[in-house]
Design a binder for this molecule. Structure first.
Ligand code: ZN
Length: 156
């Protein structure tokens, strides 16, 4: 990766970390889950609004934690809107292997905006201590999808 791209991705993380998007609790959400990363102290609650066709109409979150956890949640909620539940799970699978895998991830089958966001967050693979910060929102999303009102999940 060249330096310009690396800077771009760092800017994305900093911007979303400072100014999280979709930071709210929608009244009419249909699924929610809370997640906690005890290693860092990151906590968040994710709210999803699904329509009857299984499309994610709205995604939002509230919580507190380090810049990476907030930025990851912020970018994830942006990505989830308009996606089907199946697409959301597929996105998580790609993101997770990019965060934990040793090879460069293949995001060629997803659109450019999503790929840029995933690349930015997946940069944490160079910092193993931060991987759980980045994946917290995504694990929480899975819990929310698995159960309408999921119990707390933990990265531990
Ligand atoms: Zn963290």
């Amino acid at each position: 990766m060249n330096d310009d791209l690396r800077d771009l991705y760092q800017d994305l993380i900093l911007d979303h970390g400072k100014h999280p998007r979709n930071f709210r609790a929608p009244e009419n959400h249909t699924a929610e889950a809370s997640g906690h990363n005890p290693l860092c102290g990151d906590k968040l609650t994710l709210y999803l609004t699904l329509d009857t066709d299984g499309l994610i109409k709205d995604a939002a979150f509230q919580g507190s934690g380090c810049a990476i956890s907030m930025a990851s949640a912020s970018m994830m909620t942006e990505m989830l809107k308009g996606k089907s539940v199946d697409d959301a799970r597929a996105l998580f699978a790609k993101f997770h292997s990019a965060c934990t895998g040793e090879t460069e991830a293949d995001f060629s089958s997803i659109d450019d905006d999503d790929a840029a966001r995933l690349h930015a967050i997946a940069g944490v693979r160079h910092y193993p201590m931060r991987v759980k910060c980045a994946t917290l929102a995504w694990h929480t999303m899975q819990a929310a999808l698995d159960r309408e009102h999921a119990d707390k999940v933990s990265t531990e």
